[in-house]
Every structure is written in C-alpha cells, then in structure tokens.
Design a binder for this molecule. Structure first.
Ligand SMILES: *Cc1c(COP(=O)(O)O)cnc(C)c1O
Length: 501
C-alpha cells in the first residue's frame, strides 16, 4: 500500500475515528520513531533553505567578546536586505509588502528614527505618542462608519491583526462573564475567518463553533444561526476573508447579532483600509462597518492597506463600555499603580508615530488613487483568469483572488508560477491558489505578466501532468492527509527549525 492508498482509505473514515486511530498509532514507539525520522529528514532540507546566508555573513551563538564595528554590521545587514528586496520589489509576491515605494519607505524610516526611543506606556514622558494613537483610532473609526453610529466608536492601537482579534475576543469573554455570568463561553466563527480566531479560542478557553462556507465562499447563515446558544459571546464575519477575498454577508450577520443579542466582530484586517475606497470607486461593496447597528467591534490593519510600517493595527469597539473589558489594571502591585490597554507593556511608540504620519500624508485622495490602481490590476487579472477555460475563480472577490482548476492539480500550476519567480499562497479545503494584490502589482505590466504566465502555466501543466521536483506533492499531502496531528507535529518541528542558529 503506498501513501496515496493510505490517504484515500483514511479519508473515507469519519474524522473523529481517524483522530482516535492517529492517537493510538502515534503511541506505538516504532511508528512515532519512523514519523520522527522522516520529518527530521524533511527538516534538514528546509533548514538549509531557511539559512541561505551561512557562508556570506557572520553568525553568532554568543554575544561577541568585543563589539563589531557599526560600519561592518551595517554593510552586512544591507547586503541581506538588498538580496531580499528583489523578491518583493517587482510585484511578484502575493500580499506581504503592501506599498513599498522607495520614497514612502524613506519617509517611514525618518519618522521612525525620530521617535525610536518613545514608549506609550509612559504617556507622561511621551504625550506625542498618545496623541498620535488617539488620532489613528479616530481616523480609522470615522473611515469605518463611526459617523453613522452616534460616534461613540473607540478602540486601541495594537501590534497587528492577530493582536486586534485576540483583544476583541478576550473583551467579549470578560464582558460575558461579568454581565451574563457566562463561564463556558463560545464563539461562532466561519471556517474562512482568519486563524487568529482559532488562536483566541486556544489561548482564552473559548469554545469555537466553526461554520462552513456556502457555494459563494461566504459564511452559511443558516448553519451559523443553528450554532448560537446561551453561551455564545460573539459571532464573526470577514470583510473580506483572507483565503478567497470574499466579503461575508455582514448586514445579515448584523441582524442576527441584534436578534440573538450577541456581539458581532467584523474582521476587516485585510479590507479595513481599502474596502471603503473601493466602495467609493463604485465597485459593488455591501455595507460592512459600524453603519450596521449590530456590528459591535472591528479589526483593521494599518500595516496592510493602511501602508504603515509592520507592527500596527486598530481594534475598534462600538462604545467605551465594551472597550473597558479589554483594559488591564492592578492597584496593589509593589511596582506601583499599573495599567495597560493591550497585551504588551512597553510598546514601540515609533511605529505609532510612523502609522499616524502615513495616514495624514496619504490622505483620502492618496488612498483612493492606490485603491483605483489596485482594482484596475485586479480587473485585468480576474478577466484574464475568466478567459482561461481550465481555471475557475472562487466566489466573488475584489483584489485578493483565489482560483483553482477542475482539470488538473492546481499546486502544479503554482509550482510553474514559482519557477517564473512568483510567490503565491497555496490554500486548501478546497485546494486553490490566491494572489493578494498590493501597490507592488500596480507597476506597469505586472498584472498582464501574471495573466500571460498563467496561460503558459496551464498549457505546461496540461502537457506535463507528471512533472516532479516541485512542492505540489507536499501541498497535496498537507491538504488531504487525514492525520492532522502528524501534520501539526511537522509544523511544530518547522518552528523549532526556524529558531536554530
Ligand atoms: C492578515 C489578516 C489577519 C491577521 O493579521 P496579522 O497582522 O498577520 O496578525 C486577520 N484577518 C485577516 C482577514 C487578514 O488578512
């Protein structure tokens, strides 16, 4: 029996049974040893790919006895940065770097340098940073419908989308306990929502009820309603989703949230700073923000389409009473009266300064211009894919476009595109590939090159269905292998590998 047979046979069993079988076979020492041996083998190859600079640059396992010269280190680091810059600068990478123009980066760096010593934990020493953060929150709230919501909308600046989501989920958990006495909290979350919700479920002991998507890759509303009960603290929708770039039916979710008296978090990490402008450009964008009365919190990433440096995001709440459950205070600590609004204690104020400076220098006009050029590129790519009969777009996306094929292994097409220099995202359940368009893809010829490479790739894969050497088999296995615990072990080994010097 080969691997395909095993996968096939296991795939036909109920997932619960597979879990039990897996637990049992993993307890057999020889099986565990064999899995370890094979994954260690794979990790050896990966370890080399993860450290491409071993020979060219110095590496340290201990603090050097004598400090290196600053010039030497700057030169080394510049060498690495330049090598990596080629990867994203020309627009061949999905997502990742959302603006990336040189003048913009220079400006961010200047603002960062000016503020590199600041820390909003010490709001008395650095009142400028508190001002920047308050204004970032206000600008974000008013962009996302606060004006239509009696303007009680408030929030916090966090370190990224994941922190914004974790904060919101903790907030609902603590509110539900205080106001409704809920001690077994549950969240109702579409499977297409970001993994950060699963992380929140693990970290904060909130049971996650996963809701499948319908044929449009939007959350199935009927199934969602069925999962709401007296322990439900929040329901979730995305605007848009990370995998397929599709906006969930937020207006219907808002009605459901009001009817069942539960919170509604709209994850606009990806869309918060572009969807409002795409709507203004007259694309068919439904309501998705605080203008809908059931929306009680949102996350919007300044470090994605807000074009700030990496490390900031905004979490918003409908009113300060809700936000208060996010705050931490301690009044009898020997270190004095202590409070902090988010997970971190000390925080990089320079990132908030750079974020504020980005919002006010971009302006609505600047954001509109970028949004227009991204959507133009998206239209070129969507039309291009629609013109290739072997490919199919999943759902109704805007600028983050997932596609698959009913005629061949889509991961083989991804391998072909990788060979052409593209770095795309391989997704699963169902198997597909997506490209998330950024300002990098608005450079002349990039969108058309993508369409041309797709066409060439489709012909290649059809003519050479058994091409070897790519990652397609790995993706295929990772997507379909029913032994999820084994895959999870592999991912943990991968993280160990990342931390190896
Ligand atoms: C990127 C993203 C997040 C998480 O953001 P991080 O900044 O990577 O933590 C959450 N939701 C969606 C839809 C996203 O695209």
């Amino acid at each position: 029996m080969d691997m395909d047979d095993i996968v096939n046979k296991l795939g036909k069993l109920p997932p619960g049974l597979v879990k039990v079988i897996e637990k049992y076979i993993n307890k057999i020492p020889s099986v565990q040893k064999e899995i370890d041996r094979q994954t260690d083998e794979i990790m050896k190859d990966i370890a080399e790919d993860l450290r491409p600079y071993k020979e060219d640059f110095s590496s340290f396992t201990e603090i050097p006895a004598e400090g290196k010269s600053r010039e030497e280190i700057l030169k080394e680091m510049e060498g690495m940065a330049l090598q990596e810059r080629d990867k994203w600068k020309d627009g061949l990478v999905s997502g990742t770097v959302y603006h990336g123009d040189e003048e913009h980066i220079d400006f961010l760096n200047k603002v960062y340098a000016m503020n590199s010593q600041t820390n909003p934990l010490h709001s008395d020493v650095f009142p400028s940073i508190s001002k920047f953060e308050a204004e970032i929150i206000s600008m974000t709230a008013n962009m996302l419908g606060a004006k239509n919501a009696n303007s009680e909308v408030c929030g916090s600046v966090s370190s990224g989308g994941t922190e914004s989501i974790l904060l919101a989920m903790k907030t609902y958990r603590d509110r539900a306990k205080a106001e409704k006495g809920i001690t077994n909290p549950e969240m109702v979350v579409p499977v297409t929502a970001h993994a950060a919700f699963n992380k929140a479920s693990e970290y904060f002991n909130i049971k996650l009820r996963a809701i499948p998507a319908d044929e449009n890759y939007q959350v199935d509303l009927k199934k969602l309603k069925h999962q709401i009960n007296s322990n439900t603290i929040v329901i979730v929708g995305s605007a848009p989703t990370f995998p397929h770039g599709v906006v969930d039916p937020i207006s219907a979710l808002s009605d459901i949230a009001l009817k069942y008296k539960v919170g509604l978090h709209v994850d606009a990490c990806l869309g918060g700073f572009i969807l409002p402008w795409v709507k203004k450009l007259d694309y068919d964008v439904p309501e998705f923000d605080f203008s809908l009365p059931g929306v009680t919190s949102m996350s919007a990433d300044t470090h994605k389409y807000g074009f700030a440096a990496k490390g900031t995001s905004v979490v918003l709440y409908r009113n300060p009473a809700l936000r208060r459950y996010q705050y931490f205070t301690i009044t009898d600590w020997p270190g004095g009266l202590y409070f902090s609004p988010t997970f971190a204690g000390s925080r990089p104020g320079a990132l908030s300064a750079a974020c504020w400076a980005t919002l006010v220098t971009m302006g609505e006009q600047g954001y509109m211009e970028v949004a227009k050029s991204i959507m133009d590129a998206a239209v070129t790519i969507q039309k291009g894919i629609e013109g290739i009969s072997d490919l199919r777009i999943l759902g109704k996306p805007f600028w983050n476009i997932a596609f698959t094929s009913d005629n061949f292994d889509i991961y083989q097409l991804m391998d072909f595109l990788t060979s052409k220099g593209w770095t795309l995202n391989g997704l699963h359940k169902p198997s597909c590939v997506h490209i998330c368009l950024t300002k990098r893809h608005t450079q002349a010829g990039v969108a058309q090159k993508f369409v041309d490479d797709l066409k060439e790739g489709v012909e290649f894969v059809k003519a050479n269905p058994n091409t070897e050497g790519g990652l397609a088999p790995v993706y295929g296995l990772a997507a379909t292998l029913p032994l999820r615990g084994t895959i999870s072990q592999m991912l943990k080994k991968y993280m160990d590998t990342i931390y190896k010097v």
